[in-house]
Design a protein around this ligand. Structure first.
Ligand code: ACO
Length: 318
């Protein structure tokens, strides 16, 4: 990757929120209708259960509201809404228009579709908009993959879940910084994972696995290089929550121990663009993020896209 990508000083994540459907579907539940077992799914993916239900806009509104509350902001304080989703409510208009209206935001709104990499794409785009003059941006990842899952196909039905995660991204002088980032796309691999309009998800699982490991490692390396730091300086990794084995193998390639990674995929499975903000919120709520920590967000998805960002966390106000 090129060394011309620059980070951005003076940004912080000032609020966050998560929305998950109430309905829990366990591996045992799936094994009643599919030729599979809890043991197989756990061993191959690390997933034990997932949440199913809701709409992409509904989950986004719920997560967005919580993020605004936790940042202590009113809807009119937000200068832009970016909604990362690959499962929009409708073809037209963008789902963000519904979310903008229901949250009573008075700003512009747009969807970003970069599949599971969408949240990191949106975060990097949001940093650019802060540079261009916005003060506060609401970035949401929200997905209802269950609507596009073939529940008779054991090779895909075990992997996905629904949910949303949101953050408020602000200009700030508290020491927070986007140190480095990388956005990539390998369009020639788009047939490995796709869903035609009106259809269901098709995936070449083991090929996606192999490419995902390479994509996560390469993107992570590029961001770390752009940040001008060594892998040992990463305090915490928030990876896309697709499969614990993908995370383990890609982190090995990055020279980062698995213990530094946040994994909530056991409870929520792969929620695509929502998985990184859900895992980040989990880490924040559990006190896993400390002042001056350097955090790597890294994901991959259909496209095949990959994206990563190295963020230095600023002051923490209790
Ligand atoms: N239960 C039992 N057996 C199964 C299941 C299942 N649910 N699914 C597949 N199998 C069988 C296969 O049929 C195959 O049987 P065979 O050997 O008789 O042919 C065997 O298990 C091995 O199948 P593989 O596909 O080689 O299994 P693998 O170890 O690769 O694990 C998995 C499958 C979990 C899907 C893995 O390949 C994976 O995680 N891939 C990446 C998927 C991913 O992350 N996708 C999301 C991308 S992000 C986005 O944009 C949405």
């Amino acid at each position: 990757m090129t060394d011309r990508l620059k980070g951005m000083a003076g940004i912080r994540i000032s609020g966050w929120g998560v929305a998950l459907p109430e309905k829990v579907v366990t591996n045992e539940d799936l094994s009643k209708t599919l030729d599979t077992s809890n043991e197989w799914i756990l061993e191959r993916s690390g997933i034990a259960e997932r949440r199913i239900g809701g709409t992409t806009s509904g989950l986004a509104v719920e997560a967005g509201k919580l993020a605004l509350e936790s940042a202590g902001l009113e809807p009119h304080d937000i200068d832009l809404l970016i909604l990362a989703t690959t499962t929009p409510d409708d073809q037209v208009p963008a789902t963000s228009s519904k979310v903008q209206h229901e949250l009573a935001l008075t700003c512009g709104a747009m969807d970003v579709n970069a599949a599971c990499s969408g949240f990191v794409y949106s975060l990097v785009a949001g940093s650019g908009f802060l540079h261009a003059g916005c003060n506060r941006i609401l970035v949401i990842g929200s997905e209802t993959l269950s609507r596009f899952t073939d529940w008779q196909d054991r090779s895909t039905a075990i992997l996905f879940g629904d949910g949303a995660g949101a953050v408020v991204l602000e200009s700030s002088s508290d020491g927070g910084e986007l140190l480095g980032w990388d956005l990539s796309s390998s369009g020639e691999l788009r047939d490995l994972l796709y869903c035609s309009i009106g259809g269901k998800i098709h995936m070449a699982g083991s090929e996606v696995f192999r490419k995902a490991v390479i994509a996560m490692a390469n993107s992570g390396k590029a961001s770390i290089a752009n940040a001008g730091i060594a892998p040992e300086e990463i305090s915490l990794v928030i990876p896309h929550q697709a499969n614990i084995r993908i995370i383990e193998t890609s982190l090995k390639r990055l020279g980062i121990p698995l213990e530094k990674a946040v994994w909530v995929g056991d409870k929520y499975a792969n929620t695509s663009a929502a998985s990184i903000p859900i895992a980040l919120a989990h880490a924040l709520d559990n006190g896993q993020v400390k002042e001056n920590d350097v955090i790597l967000l890294v994901g991959f998805g259909a496209g095949m896209t990959s994206a990563s960002a190295v963020i230095k966390w600023g002051e923490i106000n209790d």
